[in-house]
Design a protein around this ligand. Structure first.
Ligand code: ADP
Ligand code: ADP
Ligand code: MG
Length: 680
């Protein structure tokens, strides 16, 4: 076994690999960029080497620097994690040439599976079922278009070199094909350096089911069952689970054996995932009718590998290290056992209600659910909650890397139990300072489709009514919680027992105190009356939406929150104040309520006029308009790229473009003015 390895990655996966290495007594070397000098993964390793600037191309993708760091520190092997260099055959070759073990498959297998079109030709020859489509080398747009017409719509155009959900366009009808092809090719050349595409039939009611495979250098190859990753947004995974709901032993074996055949066809070694798209021609719950087709093979450890670890009780990073050091696979196919049900939720810095726009910010408050790590027990995996992350409270989520903050993994004896654990764990995940998808994930997990296992990749669109723009906490409770927190803070500041019924200020006879809040863009007034008997009455809002009732509160047993009773409702809440904003966490979900100082805000409300600003730091990809153009509300004006995604900036109102402030390719900071618009 290795004595020392270098981890050529950052964030949660670098921490994840370091944890196993530590458990196995292997020393670890971290690498880090400027932005990551204080990162958690650096602290998680025994040594750390600075490899360059914050942008990935200046650090985590610079394999010369990484190899030099391995040499300098005496690391015998490099673990690439996922993303970055994990599927870069040049890096795998360079490692071999430098006498450093690449913890992954041989470069030839990476290359064979690296391009979607070529890998499909190879898989076809190996008898692996493929989605009907065109995977040829001829890229003449007219030919691609006629191939699509021949297949019938909808079709999917995919960048052959693509990954991470990027470089894909669904085309609904022939008229849209040419424009979709051009935009797919543009994204492909920018992101992957090649504009080669393939076109395939867009499978109806598709499910994404993938098989974890593992092979060693002695010719053994096994499958570690499946993961269902059908819940996606922008072709990227949101929730992953194992086993796949409705899976039968027969289908599992059939898919597993095809996946092993696919791996064997490229002389695979190490951890890999064969992704299948599964058609459900008879609707949900008819596994006998499901048809599976090879989609691609990811020649690395996958983000969602923990769900497989949960149901098998294995440590896949340990297996990777054993295989890379020449040991045989620890178990044979017949010895692998699937226990219980596991679900992973990807917690990301993004705004689901704004088309999943990535967010940057600082984790001012970062509370994780009480968790019990999956310890390996003799009788299989323990059930519990696991959090894999690469950040700590106080850390920033920068625009340089992807938006995943943490992964929450739950395991239960049954899917129902796992779902209940997931719901509770998400409710206990408290993040302030950063917009995240935590509440959204909770709603997805609770949605009818997910709860009943009616899965396909359109689940999020189908359930949109209950997933987006939801407010789990009403104004009355939010305001009551905020007022209760204010009073608690004031009493504590006065040195009074904050919950005593007889402290001084309460002896003023009856009087009223006014509060103003902003809640969902509306300004609301609230009045707190101190009654003769020491009780409090709170009135919130006006007109028919007004609520009035007695307010009482006390600290929770654990002291980190308040039990608030208001207008007949009793809730355990936690209010975290950041400036004027109160972040209110309740069992039903979380919300924000802003305390408004009416005098301080007099004169506001002029709006931003014709200023159009960047919603986040990133790069200007293109402008769709020029100075002088007349535009209408909602018309696309510019495309920005940030955190691996493209975002269209649309006109907020009708007007005329006065001036473009940047050129395509320019890097912009959050709030930078992109263009001037004369309204009207
Ligand atoms: P990536 O390399 O970006 O992961 P994939 O080829 O794995 O690209 O596809 C990503 C996702 O796109 C899949 O998980 C699935 O949801 C969807 N998808 C891919 N191919 C098809 C298809 N032929 N029909 C329907 N959906 C598809
Ligand atoms: P998975 O099926 O494991 O989610 P993806 O193709 O979505 O596979 O990519 C895996 C992960 O690799 C992503 O979630 C992302 O964190 C990381 N990744 C992929 N490409 C890059 C890149 N160019 N730079 C940084 N990270 C990347
Ligand atoms: Mg994929």
């Amino acid at each position: 076994m290795f004595k020392k390895i270098l981890i050529a990655n950052r964030g949660e996966i670098a921490c994840r690999v370091a944890a196993t290495a530590r458990r196995m007594g292997i020393q670890t070397v971290a690498v880090y960029s400027d932005a990551d000098a204080q990162a958690k993964h650096v602290a998680a390793c025994d040594e750390a080497v600075h490899i360059g600037g914050s942008a990935p191309k200046d650090s985590y993708l610079r394999w010369e620097n990484i190899l030099a760091a391995a040499k300098a520190t005496g690391a015998q092997a490099v673990h690439p994690g996922y993303g970055f260099l994990s599927e870069n055959e040049d890096f795998a070759n360079a490692c071999a040439a430098a006498g450093v073990v690449f913890i992954g498959p041989p470069a030839s297998a990476i290359q064979a599976m690296g391009l979607k079109a070529e890998s499909k030709r190879l898989m076809d020859a190996a008898g692996v079922p493929l989605v009907p489509g065109y995977h040829g080398a001829n890229q003449d747009p007219a030919l691609l278009h006629s191939e699509a017409d021949g297949m019938g719509y909808p079709v999917l155009i995919k960048a052959s070199a693509g990954g991470g959900g990027k470089g894909m366009r669904v085309v609904e009808k022939s008229e849209d094909f040419a424009a979709a092809l051009a935009s797919c090719q543009r994204e492909a050349i920018n992101s992957f350096g090649s504009d080669a595409v393939l076109v395939e039939k867009y499978v109806q009611r598709p499910r994404h089911i993938e098989i974890q495979v593992f092979a060693d250098t002695q010719g053994n190859c096994v499958y570690l069952f499946e993961r269902d990753c059908s819940v996606q947004r922008r072709h990227q995974k949101v929730l992953e689970e194992a086993p796949a709901p409705g899976m039968t032993p027969e289908l599992r074996r059939a898919m597993g054996e095809v996946a092993v055949a696919a791996a064997r066809a490229v002389n695979y070694v190490g951890a890999g995932t064969v992704e299948f798209i599964v058609e459900q021609p008879q609707g949900y719950g008819h596994p006998e009718a499901m048809k599976f087709y090879f989609m691609e093979m990811n020649t690395r450890l996958q983000v969602e590998h923990p769900v497989t670890e949960a149901i098998t009780g294995l440590d896949l990073v340990e297996w990777q290290l054993r295989v890379a050091s020449g040991e045989p696979l620890p178990l044979k196919q017949e010895q692998l056992v699937l226990t219980g049900h596991a679900i992973e939720a990807r917690i990301c810095a993004e705004n689901p209600d704004n088309n999943f726009l990535p967010a940057t910010g600082t984790l001012q408050v970062y509370r994780k659910p009480g968790h019990t790590a999956f310890e390996r027990a003799a009788d299989g995996p323990t059930h519990g909650v696991r959090v894999d992350d690469g950040v700590r409270e106080g850390d920033a989520i920068s625009p340089f890397y992807d938006s995943m903050v943490a992964k929450l993994i739950v395991h239960g004896a049954t899917r129902e139990q796992a779902l209940a654990r997931l719901d509770a764990a998400l409710a206990q995940t408290r993040i302030v300072g950063l917009t995240t998808n935590v509440q959204f994930l909770r709603r997805v997990a609770r949605s009818d489709s997910f709860a009943k296992g009616r899965l396909d990749t359109a689940l999020i669109q189908r359930e949109a009514d209950v997933l987006f723009n939801q407010e789990p906490v009403g104004l009355a409770l939010a305001a009551a919680a905020d007022v209760a927190q204010t009073l608690t803070d004031e009493r504590a500041a006065e040195g009074a027992d904050p919950f005593s019924k007889t402290d001084g200020w309460r002896l003023h006879t009856e009087f009223a105190r006014r509060f103003a809040f902003e809640f969902h863009g509306e300004t609301v007034q609230a009045t707190l009356s101190y009654l003769h008997d020491g009780a409090l009455r709170l009135s919130v809002g006006e007109g028919d939406r007004a609520v009035s009732g007695l307010l009482a509160f006390e600290p929770t047993a654990t002291g980190d929150g308040l039990v608030v009773s208001y207008a007949g409702q009793r809730s355990t809440v936690q209010v975290v104040r950041r400036g004027e904003v109160g972040h209110v966490f309740t069992p039903a979900g979380a919300t924000q309520i802003t305390s408004v100082d009416l005098l301080a805000h007099a004169g506001d409300g002029q709006g931003e006029g014709g200023r159009l600003t960047a919603p986040m730091p990133g790069k200007v990809v293109s402008f769709a308009v020029q100075a002088g153009d007349v535009v209408t509300k909602g018309q696309p004006l510019a495309v920005m790229e940030a955190m691996k995604m493209e975002h269209t900036i649309a006109a907020p109102a009708d007007g005329t473009v006065a001036e473009l402030m940047f050129a395509p390719g320019d890097q912009v900071t959050e709030g930078a003015e992109l263009l001037k618009l004369t309204l009207g």
